[in-house]
Design a protein around this ligand. Structure first.
Ligand code: SME
Length: 160
């Protein structure tokens, strides 16, 4: 099945215009991505929670679709998720089982992409996608996932 990424990006932008809150926007994005992209088996957002004085900041799971994950709170120095948000870089991992940073969510997961969400130049969260297919994510996926992360960053800058 061929996927029209440009058309999907337009649909996602429209979702952003109709969203009632950032939670609503993230919920709509994860659903639409999973519906349209069969290789996106788990799709979820994490946002950084700063924590109280003396507590370390954490990535906290927000809207997601896919199997229940044990990783609902991830310290910024753990996992592929922590590495992406700490470095401010999109990470594409073709074989999660050969990456020592990987925190397993499902035994079926073979590859993963994580793109940070930026607000005023700082990473505040991320969009994380897992696939049951090895090396599932192409440059087109990277552009789409970064675009979705940017939609949430722009929403947070404008409305939060
Ligand atoms: N695999 C991630 C953890 C989150 S689950 O994939 C949902 C990681 O290594 O940080």
């Amino acid at each position: 099945m061929s996927i029209d990424y440009a058309q999907l990006a337009k649909e996602l932008e429209t979702l952003g215009e109709d969203a009632q809150s950032v939670e609503d926007l993230m919920g709509r994005i994860v659903l639409r991505l999973q519906q349209r992209l069969p290789h996106y088996n788990w799709v979820g957002f994490y946002l950084i929670e700063k924590g109280r004085p003396g507590e370390e900041p954490m990535l906290v799971l927000g809207p997601y679709v896919g199997a229940e994950t044990p990783h609902k709170r991830i310290p910024l120095n753990q996992g592929i998720c922590g590495a992406a948000v700490s470095s401010g870089q999109t990470l594409v991992v073709d074989d999660v089982n050969s990456d020592p940073r990987y925190l397993a969510c499902s035994l079926e997961t073979k590859s993963e992409i994580v793109a940070p969400i930026f607000v005023k130049g700082s990473a505040v969260g991320e969009l994380d996608i897992d696939s049951h297919t090895p090396a599932a994510f192409t440059d087109a996926d990277r552009r789409l996932v970064e675009y979705c992360a940017a939609l949430v960053g722009i929403y947070l800058e404008e409305f939060a």
